[in-house]
Design a protein. Sequence first.
Length: 188
Amino acid sequence: MNSRDAFSLPEDLKPVIAFHGHLCPGVLIGYRASKAGMEALGAKRSEDEELIAIVENDACGADAVQFMTGCTFGKGNFYFRDYGKQAFTFALRPSGRAVRVALRPDAGRSETDPEESEKDRRERRIRDLLTLETNALFSVEGKTVALPPPARIRESVVCAQCGEKVMATRTKTVEGRDLCIPCAESVT
């Protein structure tokens, strides 16, 4: 039995799966967390930088958060904190009003049958992540956060060693020459 055949998928999930490349528990966590966070804030998908997303892991859910929220590294409203947690903070500019959506440790953890295959366990996990009530999956905590400044376009300079353009704010001066980080690290 294919997970997609076992139950119907919400229409707004299908493009998330296409973006990520496959259906998996992680992408469902990010999808559901994004929906919960945006609903709690009354937010819509970000066109510019009005919505900010902070993810605390670099797993599959981060892709879903980017797709659902419109927050991206390129727009300067998607931030990664390497905490290894299934937790996501969504905030609004300029107020800083935010919610942190964290996966509950016991979310969808029903008793397992030792005879159950890994494939069946995964399909059950996917079904649980799709069907459980939001408050059974996540804790949603309102908060106010200090927001990073809006993205700025930085001046580019040419690295004195490799000749590639680099943001001036990302150079290191080594022996009187402005070098990009990789060149500076290769010299020292």
